[in-house]
Design a protein around this ligand. Structure first.
Ligand SMILES: Nc1ncnc2c1ncn2[C@@H]1O[C@H](COP(=O)(O)OP(=O)(O)OP(=O)(O)O)[C@@H](O)[C@H]1O
Ligand SMILES: [Mg+2]
Length: 463
């Protein structure tokens, strides 16, 4: 049947010609009138040709086109359509094939979209992903893997995992996943130039419908930030314990001596009590600072916003600052632009001024200068606290905002410092969505610039 629809019309025309000619030759001996025989056979041949033409037009051509179209569809071209005018069953068949092509085309578009979405999800994942088949050949690596290990997909696809991934942990992970057929987790480090990255690798087996392992998926998470946080937390606990231990040991020691009671020397007793008082005061300051910090770090920290007029606000804190400057024989200059108003949490901003001025006064030797300038920029209020003091070396500058970081521990402790002042300042500025920068040179002095938004977009209670 197929041959009938595919063979060209002229083959049939020639075949029938010979058939009829053959019939003519066979019939010629038994007919007396050859002309009539020839005429009848010729008319018969014409009739056959007409039937063939009709058959060709109605069936052979459309079916041939349908066959071509199905061939195109088999090749994956779902855009092909039949436009052959036909009727009856052939037309219905043609319409159905067109409908089938439309459905397949839609399905293939959906499939393509889905696969594109999946590829983009896999590629934009923040974690690395490797897919290994049951024989150990890599079938997929995402962009993160290429970032972490270098190369392009061509360097991985179709290769055995142990030939292209050199980390022993990855080899063990794949083997473990195949051997035990369950997920497992491991950690390892990756070097990126001089940067060390901590990576957690999770291996998950992939099962086929008969529940046999047919591959493994490896997911690599970069846990460097988490590790750093963990380290900071450990450091913090160690630092707090250390900071608390020193005054407590001293308080305990002096209290014990006093309790033993054989101290006759009034002056020594007084001195010991002074030390106990000083150390407990230090403890109180430390605990207060820690509480302030922990409150500021709380995401729901409520800011109480109000309009701040810096000149007025400074009147409150200046007496204590002036007194300290006089004691240390420092030249203190205050220069606040008139009429500045901005919205912020008043108590917190006072704390910022106190901490910065306190540092400037503490770390400037007698005879030096300390200055406070406040001026308005377009959207920000600029606060500058500058001194002509000991300054801060470049390598220490990024660290002074860390909790408990002190450039010169002994010196800072003598000034009663806990090393939390600037950490608190930084947090307060951050919750106000402001900026803080530092400009300092050892033995030349330090300038701390703060930029606070005048009308900040921060959420808080207004007063
Ligand atoms: N103006 C300054 N000049 C020189 N060094 C400074 C200045 N301000 C801060 N530092 C350095 O930065 C460190 C951290 O300052 P921070 O205010 O956080 O702590 P502190 O002054 O030691 O203690 P406190 O928490 O009581 O303020 C200080 O110990 C000091 O070494
Ligand atoms: Mg300080």
């Amino acid at each position: 049947m197929r041959a009938f629809f595919t063979r060209p019309l002229n083959v049939y025309a020639v075949a029938f010609f010979f058939l009829i000619a053959g019939a003519g030759i066979l019939l010629s001996p038994i007919t007396s009138n050859l002309i009539i025989l020839a005429a009848v056979l010729f008319i018969l041949y014409l009739l056959i040709l007409v039937v063939l033409l009709i058959l060709n037009d109605k069936y052979m051509k459309p079916v041939g086109k349908m066959s071509n179209m199905v061939g195109e569809m088999l090749k994956g071209n779902y855009q092909a359509r039949i436009h052959q005018a036909a009727d009856g069953e052939v037309e219905t068949l043609g319409n159905k094939i067109n409908q089938l092509a439309r459905n397949l085309s839609e399905l293939s578009i959906q499939e393509q979209t889905r696969s594109e979405q999946l590829t983009s999800v896999i590629d934009n994942m923040n974690s690395g992903l490797i897919l290994v088949d049951g024989k150990g050949y890599i079938h997929l690596v995402n962009r993160k893997i290429l970032e972490q290990f270098g190369g392009t997909t061509k360097n991985y696809h179709g290769y055995l995992y142990y030939d292209v991934l050199e980390h022993e942990v990855i080899h063990q992970m794949v083997q473990h996943t195949f051997l035990y057929e369950k997920s497992s987790k491991e950690e390892f480090t990756l070097m990126d130039g001089i940067d060390k990255h901590y990576v957690e690798i999770v291996g998950v087996p992939v099962f086929n419908e008969r529940n046999l392992v047919k591959g493994a998926v490896l997911v690599l998470y970069d846990i460097t930030e988490m590790k750093k946080l963990e380290l900071t937390r450990k450091d913090f606990v160690a630092n707090v314990s250390h900071e608390l231990k020193t005054p407590i040991t001293s308080i305990k020691g002096f209290a014990e001596t006093l309790l033993e009671g054989d101290m006759k020397d009034e002056k020594a007793v007084q001195e010991f009590l002074q030390i106990i008082y000083k150390e407990s005061h230090r403890l109180q300051l430390l605990i207060n600072d820690l509480l302030v910090l922990s409150r500021l770090e709380n995401e729901n920290f409520p800011l109480v916003l109000s309009e701040i007029h810096p000149e007025k606000m400074l009147e409150e804190i200046m007496p204590a600052i002036r007194q300290k400057a006089e004691q240390k024989q420092l030249d203190l200059s205050i220069d606040v632009e008139e009429g500045i108003v901005f919205k912020a949490d008043r108590d917190r901003i006072i704390q910022v001024f106190i901490n910065l001025l306190d540092n400037a006064l503490s770390y400037t030797p007698a005879g030096g200068e300390v200055g406070l300038h406040v001026n308005a920029l377009q959207d920000y209020v600029h606060i500058l606290v500058r001194d002509s003091g000991i300054g801060i070396a470049k390598e220490d500058q990024p660290r002074i905002f860390e909790r408990f970081y002190r450039v010169d521990k002994a010196r800072s402790r003598n000034t009663g410092g806990t090393g939390l002042g600037l950490a608190i300042v930084k947090h307060i500025i951050e919750v106000h969505e402001g900026k803080i920068t530092i400009d300092s040179e050892p033995d030349q002095g330090t300038s701390i610039h703060i930029y606070l938004p005048k009308e900040s977009a921060i959420s808080g209670h207004s007063q």
